[in-house]
Design a protein around this ligand. Structure first.
Ligand code: COA
Length: 329
C-alpha cells in the first residue's frame, strides 16, 4: 500500500473590486496596450478597506472545506503561504485558525510566489509520511498593500486574492507523486521589500525612502524565472517518473504571459494543456497557482487520473514544482 496526499478540496476568494489596466494610466506613465502586450494582464482584483490577507484566506478556506465535505475541526495542520502577512507578529495562519475556530497547528510559509507549491510539497510529505491526515494549504495575498503606486514597472503587475487545497491521506489512490524545492539566496535583492524586518527596521527614513514597497529588477527576474520553472519542473517530473509529454495539465505561476509561454515551449507542453488566467488577476503571488488550479477544477477541466504539473518561482529567488494525479478517491 502506498499512502499519498490527494487533493480532496479546492477553492478561492478574490476581492469584488476589478481594476482594469486603464486605471493606472491616470497615475503612472503606462497604457493598457503596453501592459497587455508585455504581461498578458488586463485586470486584477484589489482588496477593499475591510479586506486583508487573513479575510481572503478565510473565504478561500471555507470553500475548500465545503468542497471536500470536511469540518475545520478535523484539520491537523494549516500552512498559509504569503508574502503579505496580516501583520509582522503573530503569523497570519493564527488569524485564519481563529476565523475557522480551530486550534490545530498553523504556520506561515514565506517563499514568495513559490510559497503555495512549497507548502503543498511539504504538506504532502507530512501526509504521506503518516504524521498528519488532513493539511490545509492556502496561498493568500494583498499585494496591493506593498506595491509602490508610483512605480509603473510593479504597480501594474500584482493583484490580491487567496486560494488553496485540502490534502487528505489516500491509500493507493491519486495524489502528490513528487516535488522539487529550491532557493538561490544570492539573488535575494532582485525582488524584495527592503525594510520592516530585523536588518532594516521601520523608521521615518525607511518610509521616506519608500523601502516598505516591493523593489524588483524585472528583466533579471524574468530571465531567472524561465530557467527556474523549466529546471524545477524537469526535476519534479523525473522524480515522479513522468515524461513531460505525459503531462495532462500544466499550471504555472501567473506572473507574465511571456514567462509562461517561454517555459511551456521549452517543456514541450501544448498551449491547450496550460492553465492561464493571468489576464483577469495579474500576479497574485502565493495565491496564483491555487487560483488557476481551482478555477480550472471548477470549470471541470481536470478528469480523475490526469497528471498535473504545478510550477512556481518568486522572491528568494525561490522555486517549487509538484507532480500529482488528480482525483479524490
Ligand atoms: N508601462 C510602460 N512602460 C513600462 C512599464 C509600464 N507599466 N514598465 C516598464 N516600462 C518601460 C521601462 O521603463 C523601459 O523603458 P526604457 O526602455 O525607457 O528604460 C521599457 O518599458 C522596457 O523595460 P523592460 O524592463 O525591458 O520591460 P520588459 O518587457 O522586461 O517588461 C516587466 C517589464 C516587469 C513586465 C517584465 O520584466 C517582467 O514581467 N519581469 C518579471 C517580473 C515578475 O515576474 N515578477 C514577479 C516574480 S514572482
Amino acid at each position: 500500500m502506498t499512502r499519498r496526499a490527494a487533493i480532496t478540496g479546492w477553492g478561492y476568494a478574490v476581492p469584488e473590486s476589478v481594476v482594469p489596466n486603464a486605471y493606472f494610466e491616470a497615475s503612472v506613465d503606462t497604457s493598457d496596450e503596453w501592459i497587455v502586450e508585455r504581461t498578458g494582464i488586463r485586470e486584477r482584483r484589489i482588496a477593499g478597506v475591510e479586506e486583508s490577507t487573513a479575510t481572503l484566506a478565510g473565504g478561500a478556506a471555507r470553500r475548500i472545506l465545503d468542497r471536500a465535505g470536511v469540518a475545520a475541526r478535523d484539520l491537523d495542520l494549516i500552512i498559509l503561504a504569503t508574502a503579505t502577512p496580516e501583520q509582522p507578529v503573530p503569523q497570519t495562519a493564527a488569524f485564519l485558525a481563529a476565523d475557522l475556530g480551530v486550534h490545530c497547528g498553523a504556520l506561515d510559509l514565506g517563499a514568495g510566489c513559490a510559497g503555495f507549491v512549497y507548502g503543498l510539497v511539504v504538506g504532502a510529505a507530512a501526509v504521506a509520511g503518516g504524521t498528519f491526515d488532513r493539511v490545509l494549504v492556502v496561498g493568500a495575498e494583498t499585494l496591493s498593500r506593498i506595491v509602490d503606486p508610483e512605480d509603473r514597472s510593479t504597480v501594474i503587475l500584482f493583484g490580491d486574492g487567496a486560494a488553496g487545497v485540502l490534502l487528505e491521506a489516500r491509500e493507493d489512490g491519486p495524489g502528490v507523486l513528487a516535488g522539487d524545492l529550491g532557493v538561490d539566496g544570492s539573488a535575494a535583492d532582485i525582488l524584495a521589500v527592503p525594510a520592516g524586518g530585523s536588518r532594516r527596521p521601520a523608521s521615518a527614513e525607511t518610509v521616506a525612502q519608500r523601502e516598505h514597497y516591493v523593489r524588483m529588477q524585472g528583466q533579471e527576474v524574468f530571465r531567472r524565472a524561465v530557467r527556474a520553472v523549466v529546471d524545477s519542473s524537469e526535476s519534479a517530473l523525473e522524480r515522479a517518473g513522468v515524461a513531460s509529454s505525459a503531462v495532462d495539465w500544466f499550471v504555472p505561476h501567473q506572473a507574465n504571459l511571456r514567462i509562461i509561454e517561454a517555459a511551456r515551449q521549452r517543456l514541450g507542453i501544448p498551449t491547450e494543456r496550460t492553465v492561464v488566467n493571468i489576464e483577469h488577476y495579474g500576479n497574485t503571488s502565493a495565491a496564483s497557482i491555487p487560483l488557476a488550479l481551482a478555477e480550472a477544477a471548477d470549470a471541470g477541466r481536470f478528469s480523475p487520473g490526469d497528471t498535473v504539473l504545478l510550477s512556481g518561482f518568486g522572491a528568494g529567488m525561490s522555486w517549487a514544482s509538484a507532480v500529482l494525479t488528480w482525483g479524490a478517491r
